[in-house]
Design a protein around this ligand. Structure first.
Ligand code: HEC
Ligand code: HEC
Length: 274
């Protein structure tokens, strides 16, 4: 392990051994890092966010689809964006262990919670967009919930064999469905019922591969707009959900209904009440 520190604007990397042996402590105290909290844990805050250069949306869509074939949805979306930046910007992107994101597969190792494509793309936004992450992630999830997926662009790329894989799980144009949810469980179930394909079918897997490319591509559209200072949130929650949230949202007034929180489409799981 090595720790990067900066002194007099001169970045210098010290080894873990050097750090623990005291050379690090001298260096760290010279730049004013508390010798109790951070040093005892051996952790120094790294540079964040990482620098961004605008990417080609369509290239990232293809990389996302390829990444799905290599390591499933969450890794696929994350790797597409980070590896494209590795090509363009170099380090630290070029040396990031993107396989870290494999855990997100199937809504986190098959639990069907947050869609892995979203999980990977949101992690990339978190790495790149700094404090702007919140509106960008919010918009990406709103878009995912409201958009017929896989997109027609992805279906066409597969039909015309323009993705980067040599053998397709399926090269048919696949049924599109709108998840109205960020959950893998809901998204996959809606699609399976719309298409008639089982959750373990090659077609469902291909559907998620195309969707991984689509999500990574849309994340890059948002990141590019943000880099231009042109990002604008355009997708509000549904009116029904906004109405529920006037009482049922994160807050301190228990009796009003604030013993819950969330922004998912309430009507997917609850009936309205008086
Ligand atoms: C005016 C405030 C208010 C609004 C708006 C509101 N709720 Fe409630 N809700 C409450 C309160 C207070 C309770 C608990 C008392 C009760 O059961 O009536 C409750 C109870 C519930 C419960 C648990 C009991 C039950 O009836 O099943 C659910 C689920 C629920 N609300 C969902 C929703 C959804 C979904 C919406 C939007 C369609 C919504 N609420 C809109 C205030 C509100
Ligand atoms: C994916 C399904 C799902 C969605 C979407 C969802 N909920 Fe729930 N909600 C649940 C489950 C499951 C529970 C816990 C079991 C229960 O009480 O129904 C719950 C519990 C609640 C409760 C407490 C119920 C009680 O008995 O006190 C309220 C209130 C509630 N949700 C409101 C909302 C609101 C408002 C939204 C939209 C912003 C929403 N929920 C979206 C599944 C969902």
């Amino acid at each position: 392990m090595s720790v990067k520190i900066e002194k007099d604007d001169q970045p210098r990397t010290i080894s873990r051994r050097e750090f623990l042996s005291g050379a690090g402590i001298v260096a760290a105290s010279a730049i004013g890092i508390s010798s109790t909290s951070k040093l005892t844990k051996g952790v120094v805050q790294q540079e964040w966010p990482w620098s961004y250069e605008k990417l080609d949306v369509e290239q990232v869509r293809k990389l996302g689809h390829l990444g799905y074939y290599e390591g499933a949805c969450s890794y696929g979306a994350f790797h597409a964006i980070v590896s494209a930046l590795g090509e363009k910007v170099g380090d630290p992107y070029a040396n990031f262990p993107t396989l870290m994101m494999k855990y997100g597969e199937g809504g986190v190792v098959g639990w069907g919670s947050l869609c892995g494509g979203l999980n990977g793309a949101c992690a990339a936004i978190g790495l790149i967009a700094g404090e702007d992450y919140k509106p960008l992630v919010n918009e990406l999830i709103a878009w995912y919930s409201a958009t017929p997926l896989p997109t027609a662009i992805s279906n066409d790329l597969a039909v015309n064999h323009e993705f980067l894989v040599s053998e397709y799980k399926s090269d048919q144009a696949l049924e599109q469905s709108v998840s109205e949810s960020s959950l893998c469980h809901v998204s996959v179930t809606n699609w399976c019922k719309a298409s008639g394909f089982a959750s373990g079918s090659a077609e469902r897997s291909e559907r998620c591969g195309r969707l991984t490319g689509d999500v990574a591509a849309y994340a890059v559209e948002l990141l590019n707009a943000n880099a231009d200072g042109a990002f604008e949130a355009v997708l509000p929650l549904s009116e029904d959900t906004q109405a529920c949230r006037t009482c049922h949202s994160k807050g301190k007034e228990f009796d009003l209904g604030q013993w819950t929180r969330g922004k998912e489409e309430c009507s997917a799981c609850h009936e309205p009440h008086d």
